[in-house]
Structures are given as C-alpha cells and as structure tokens.
Design a protein around this ligand. Structure first.
Ligand SMILES: [Zn+2]
Ligand SMILES: [Zn+2]
Length: 369
C-alpha cells in the first residue's frame, strides 16, 4: 500500500454560514473491516446547503467534512472485509457506495429490524476531519459497521451517483409506501432529485397518469424524460387553487390516488391534502425543515387518507436502486441528473448553484486527482 499518501485535501466546514475551507487532512489507518476509498464522484444535495448554513434540525459538530452521497474506488480493504452486502467479493479497485453505519444492537436494529431508525446511526458527511468520513475530500474512510455495495460494472458514475442519497431514499420511501395498484394516478410534488426518482419509480410501478409539479423548467424537462405524463411549472402557475383544478382535470375530477411530497417546502403538504383522491395514500419524503405549517387536519379522516413518512434508507435500498438503474438504463437517461461537475476547490460555487436551483445535481468530480 505504498502509494497511499499520509494526507489528502478536503473541504472543511469550519463555521456555519461560512465558505468551506480546503485543508490538508490526515488519512487514518484502516481498521479491521474498514475500507479506504479514493473519492470518484461526490454528489451535492439540498441537505448540504442547509447543513452548511446551519439550518438543519440536527446540526453536525464542527469542524466537519460534508458529502454523504459518494462513489469511491477501494484502495485498501481492512482485514475481514471480503464481500459486499449482496455477497459479491470485494477487491482493491472496485467501485462502491455505502449506507450510514447502523449499530446492529439497539431496539430499532434488533427488535424492529428497521436500521434506518437506529438509535446510534452514524452518518457520512457529519464527522470531524480526523475521521475522514465525508465525500468532499480526495479520500474517504468507510467504517467497519458500514454496509457497502459494489456499483455494477455497466453503470457510469454519473448514472450511479444519485443512488447515494436521493434515489435510495425514494426506494426506501416506496418500500414503506407499499403496494401501488395497477393504473393508479400519481402526483409528484417537486422535481429535484427526490421528485425525479419518484417519477421514474412510479412509472415502473404501473402508474396510469403521472403529474409532476415544480420548477425550474430544466428539471421538469428531465421529469418528462423519466416518465412524467404532465408537468405543471409553478413559476407559470403560482396559484395553488389553479394547480389543483388542473390536476383534477387530469384525474377524472377525483384527484390522484397517490401523492409524493418531494419538494421540501412545508406548505405543499396542505396542497397535497386538498388535491389527493379520497382514500388516497400520501408519501412525505422531501421535508427537512423544522418550520411548522398550517394544515386542515380533518381532511385526513374525512377523506380516509393514509399518510406515510420516510427518510433516508438502508443498504438494501442502495442495492435495489443500483439494480433498477442497471435494468432500465436503456430506457431512461439516468446520467442526465448530473447537471454540473466541479473540482473540490470549487465546492462553494457548487453549493451556491445548488441553492439557487441552477443545478439539478452538481457533483464534485475527483476522478482525475
Ligand atoms: Zn442528501
Ligand atoms: Zn441500532
């Protein structure tokens, strides 16, 4: 392992609201079952913008290396780590993605068997620089309790990178959402990565009509390529009552059976409750804000609604998301989610362009480093 350096560059969040600083940080020793990877692509997520500004309900300790949706190439495998979560052999040189580390010992891991809810979850993009556990760096350390999956050889890194956060969360959400009846209608609220992946999963779930509401236009155009039948641009139709009427006109006046909240805007939940069909199911996927919002609660029982919340995912959802892309990559241009590529030194520009909505999914491209 002589070619592994002792230090590498990382973009470090030193103070909330301030630009990330490029620092030289130490590369720790690989523990048994740990994995050291060279970062290939690191996606930037809306959560990263909120995290950098200190706006999340749970704040990461400072200083911190952000980046929680990463594809890495294995440079060193710790003793005892020989296979991935699907049983495939792991070798130096393989491309992998990984979930948060869950403890495997708490009530939620052991009794509920729902590791997404693990009491001692330890995420990536949240740790101090000494742990080297964020994608905004040249190398990253995958810890011994973290489950990993190999990226199928067929996939480009651009096709796969969205699995690291948005797509695995959508697969996890649809898992909790349960069975979707054949030829049911979907309303997808929001057309960022969560909304786009929800669109393509709904399409392949046997939906009849899929309506995507959001902005800006470039995201809605990609929603069409990923299976949306109708798009409603909120910049052209800012009035919620008008949007509701348009959606009812597209769904026989009844509204859609299924609504997916993928916007992250608290007030859209009220719009969803008004628009959804009686007896419908509502999946809340996009919210991260601590802000409260008024809703007419009686709509829920009057209409006999089922509301399901979901956040994040487990390694099974990474695996299924990667298999979904592998199986459908001739049908949908998954790589088009990557709207811009930036060097590590330009991470602050990438965050700003994510915040403004200029980018759909900017990535830090460290493949040539
Ligand atoms: Zn994310
Ligand atoms: Zn646990």
């Amino acid at each position: 392992m002589a070619d592994i350096p002792k230090t590498c560059k990382a973009a470090v969040l030193v103070e909330y609201g301030k630009p990330l600083e490029i620092q030289e940080v130490s590369i720790p020793e690989v523990e048994p079952r740990g994995i050291l990877v060279k970062v290939l692509l690191a996606g930037i997520c809306g959560t990263d913008v909120h995290q950098q500004r200190g706006e999340l309900t749970i704040k990461s300790p400072l200083p911190n290396i952000q980046g929680h949706e990463t594809i890495g190439r294995i440079v060193e495998l710790g003793e005892g780590r020989t296979i991935d979560a699907a049983g495939e052999p792991l070798q130096v040189g393989d491309r992998i993605m990984w979930a948060h580390a869950d403890c495997g010992e708490c009530y939620w891991c052991q009794i509920e068997r729902d590791p997404v809810l693990c009491a001692k979850r330890s995420g990536y993009g949240w740790a101090p620089p000494s742990a080297l556990r964020g994608g905004f760096a040249e190398y990253e350390m995958v810890n011994p309790k973290t489950n990993v999956v190999k990226v199928p050889d067929e996939l480009t890194e651009e096709e796969a990178v969205g699995v690291g956060c948005a797509f695995r969360s959508v697969v996890g959400g649809f898992d909790r959402f349960g069975k979707v009846g054949l030829m049911e209608d979907f309303l997808i609220q929001g057309c960022g990565p969560i909304g786009l992946y929800s669109t393509v999963v709904a399409r392949e779930s046997g939906a009849r009509t899929i309506i995507v509401v959001g902005a800006p236009a470039n995201r809605l155009e990609l929603a069409k390529k990923w299976g949306a039948d109708h798009i409603i641009n909120i910049e052209e139709h800012p009035d919620a009552d008008e949007r509701r009427k348009m959606i009812l006109d597209l769904t026989y006046g009844r509204g859609p059976e299924n609504v997916v909240e993928a916007s992250g805007v608290p007030s859209v939940v009220a719009e969803g409750l008004e628009t959804i069909m009686k007896g419908g199911k509502y999946l809340i996927l996009g919210q991260t804000s601590a802000a409260a919002t008024p809703i007419v609660v009686s709509r829920i029982n009057e209409k006999g609604l089922t509301i399901i919340g979901s956040v994040s995912a487990h390694i099974v959802h990474f695996y299924r998301a990667l298999q979904f892309i592998k199986t459908h990559r001739d049908k949908y241009p998954f790589g088009e989610i990557v709207s811009g590529k930036y060097q590590l030194e330009d991470v602050n520009e990438a965050l700003a362009n994510m915040a403004s909505g200029k980018e759909i999914k900017p990535v830090i491209d460290s493949r040539d480093r």
